[in-house]
Design a protein around this ligand. Structure first.
Ligand SMILES: *Cc1c(COP(=O)(O)O)cnc(C)c1O
Length: 389
């Protein structure tokens, strides 16, 4: 078979990712191969993936509408519950309107190519998510990478692009929160540069929504809701379900409803999904309890690991990398944590730069202090055993 060689090569080099299915819900404790593990690898920041109010809303909507939406949004797959969800999301993000897609990945596939084309340019942070990179490619606009969160580099490249006279529209795209280090984009400076050079602004806030800005995300956190043209959010991380959305001005959303290809050519999210997401936003707007608990747990885990002597990088969010450096040692460390009862995935080159291998921890609102204490104790044991601390 034409793929045999490629597969063998990956397997020989230990680069083929083996997937171990989780037996049951993806909560703070998971079961893999019949073994219980403290789960520090899910993006389920607020524990909403197993929320009982959302499960109930999902079941009720499924009974009313059925399990599927039946068509793409532009034929007759738009159910009233999709409209309700979009109104809810716009309110939540403090924008005029919002449009839902089947995933965050699809949002970037849809939105970038819907507005950018040949003759345009996109300034993109070098650590932006893969779906942004793919979205840029689909658009056929010139992609110009700037060094990670380097505002001098962004300014220089924005100036060059504008002064070259080669481009019509120029866009700047950044992740709101960078998922591998947990750092937050420098949005006030980005907005300032965008104003100076007349750039369209695009923030993919997959890891910021539900986490920053009391839940409303990075843009709200900086008070810049009316300065950012595109806010992308996912319904699959803090919201705990599946799907994504773009929030912005009414005109932009109207445009995406006729030009966002996954909206036109891929079936709408299920009614149960829409209902569960509406309930999630209700939960987030009623109280900051889960948000506060997430930060409390994040800070607790960070403090514990730091006191043990681990290098936890410069995260500004609950995302807690534990930077080991050497790739092989990182993988051994993750494996030994797993043996002892902690599920924390190793992340190595090419996902992160060479020599900065890490085990990434995603604490959530659903973890208890006991679980975190146990995880920290296991970190201590394995860290000493491998000579990391
Ligand atoms: C996870 C992620 C996505 C993809 O979101 P899904 O809803 O899982 O498809 C897009 N952008 C960023 C920055 C992400 O972290």
């Amino acid at each position: 078979m034409f793929l045999n060689e490629g597969l063998k090569d990956l397997r020989d080099k230990g680069l083929y990712n083996v997937i171990n299915p989780v037996e049951g819900a993806n909560g703070p404790i998971i079961s893999i191969d019949g073994k219980e593990l403290i789960n520090l690898s899910a993006n389920n920041y607020l524990g909403l993936a197993t929320n009982s109010r959302m499960k109930e809303a999902c079941i009720k909507a499924t009974e009313k509408y059925g399990v599927g939406s039946g068509a793409v949004r532009t034929i007759n797959g738009t159910l009233d519950i999709h409209i309700k969800l979009e109104e809810k999301l716009a309110e939540f993000k403090h924008t005029e309107a919002a449009i839902a897609f089947q995933s965050g990945f699809n949002c970037n596939m849809a939105a970038i190519q819907a507005v950018m084309g040949k003759g345009d340019a996109i300034l993109s942070d070098e650590l932006n998510h893969a779906s942004i990179i793919d979205g840029c490619r689909l658009s056929k606009a010139k992609a110009i990478r700037f060094n990670h969160s380097d505002m001098e580099d962004l300014r220089k490249k924005a100036k060059e692009a504008r002064e070259s006279g080669e481009y019509n529209n120029i866009m700047v795209i950044t992740d709101g929160v960078f998922s591998m280090d947990g750092d937050v984009c420098k949005l006030p400076e980005i907005v300032e540069i965008a104003e100076e050079f007349d750039l369209i602004t695009y923030v993919d806030d997959a890891h910021g929504s539900g986490v920053l800005g009391k839940g409303a995300g990075t843009v709200k956190h900086f008070g810049l809701s009316d300065k950012v043209d595109f806010q992308i959010g996912t319904l699959s991380k803090a919201i705990g379900v599946i799907g994504g959305y773009v929030a912005g001005k009414r005109n932009l959303i109207d445009w995406l409803m006729v030009r966002g290809r996954p909206f036109l050519f891929s079936t709408a999210i299920t009614p149960g999904t829409a209902a569960a997401c509406i309930e999630a936003v209700n939960i987030l707007t009623e109280s900051t309890e889960l948000h506060d608990k997430l930060w409390e747990n994040g800070n607790y885990l960070k403090k514990g690991l730091k006191e043990l002597g681990f290098d936890i990088g410069a995260s500004e969010t609950p995302i807690t990398p534990c930077i080991i450096g050497d790739e092989k040692l990182t993988q051994d460390f993750s494996r030994r944590l797993n043996d002892e009862g902690v599920y924390a995935k190793s992340i190595v080159f090419p996902t992160v730069p060479k020599g900065t291998g890490r085990v990434r921890n995603m604490p959530s609102a659903a973890h208890t202090k006991e679980m975190l204490d146990k995880a920290i104790a296991i970190y201590e044991k394995v860290g000493k055993e491998l000579g990391i601390i």
